[in-house]
Design a protein around this ligand. Structure first.
Ligand SMILES: Nc1ncnc2c1ncn2[C@@H]1O[C@H](COP(=O)(O)OP(=O)(O)OP(=O)(O)O)[C@@H](O)[C@H]1O
Ligand SMILES: [Mg+2]
Length: 243
């Protein structure tokens, strides 16, 4: 199981060099220079509309920068070495087990290896009783647990999460946070957004703070929470509205 990740060339660090994104003549992100190191747990914060989701989509490669560069350490395993989980999980109209199996099949894993991986994943994340249930009938918290389990089963080097628990209750949120923390302990690089300050404090090793499409602060989490330098970030932490 570990092998797939270990033999793939490391794709991190990810270097963003003056990265920007404009559409329809409107600049939505600009001047983002940032290096994401292997093993990092980076939480991207900022007000609604600051550009957090766009930032993740650019990093993951769902869209391409219109300015500057996004450079991985290696392009060889770039696509299969990264996974992304969205606020609302994107699940197939199939069983829980089939949702786990499908991306492994796309990746070209032989049937026996897939069966073993699916069984191990169901077991590890407490999904055994739900294995044959249509994924779309699961509760929101169960669906998100499945989405994270599916991402884990792909053995990514880096996992992007966009507000993974913002629609969930506190106990489902705790499960998601525990999963993210475990993935990080296993060496998976985490890049996530959250509106939940408590969650950011619990999970972040570093914080990147976006304001109107610009990266205005990037620091170790302890420093950031002790007192951000930027006035906008201070206002955000204090709960003031910033635009
Ligand atoms: N394809 C697009 N065309 C035009 N504008 C867009 C497009 N995608 C995003 N935007 C705009 O870019 C800005 C940043 O959007 P983004 O979704 O990244 O914000 P966010 O920080 O994730 O906000 P939230 O906290 O609400 O999720 C917003 O003003 C949004 O309306
Ligand atoms: Mg967003």
């Amino acid at each position: 199981m570990k092998i797939a990740r270990d033999i793939a060339p490391p794709i991190l660090p990810l270097s963003l060099e003056d990265m920007g994104y404009a559409v329809g003549g409107k600049t939505l992100l600009s001047g983002i220079t940032l290096r994401i190191e292997a093993g990092q747990r980076l939480v991207v914060m900022g007000a609604n509309g600051a550009g957090k989701s766009l930032f993740l989509r650019l990093c993951h490669g769902l869209i391409d920068p219109t300015q500057g560069r996004r450079r991985w350490a290696s392009d060889e395993a770039r696509a299969e070495a990264q996974a992304m989980v969205f606020q609302r999980p994107v699940l197939l109209r199939r069983s829980v087990a089939a949702n786990l199996d499908y991306p492994l099949a796309l990746k070209g894993l032989p049937r026996a290896a897939r069966r073993e991986t699916v069984a191990r994943t169901l077991d590890r994340f407490g999904l055994n009783d739900l294995a044959e249930r249509p994924a779309r009938l699961l509760s929101g918290g169960e669906q998100q647990r499945l989405a994270l389990a599916r991402a884990w089963a792909m053995r990514p080097q880096v996992l992007f999460l966009d507000e993974p628990s913002s629609a969930l209750d506190p106990s489902a949120t705790r499960i998601i946070e525990e999963m993210v923390a475990q993935f990080s302990d296993e060496g998976i690089t985490i890049v996530m957004t959250t509106h939940d300050l408590g969650q950011a404090r619990r999970l972040a090793a570093q914080v990147a703070f976006l304001h109107r499409g610009r990266l205005i602060e990037h620091r170790p989490a302890a420093e950031f929470f002790a007192g951000p330098e930027a006035a906008e970030a201070r206002a955000f932490l204090a709960g003031d509205l910033i635009w």
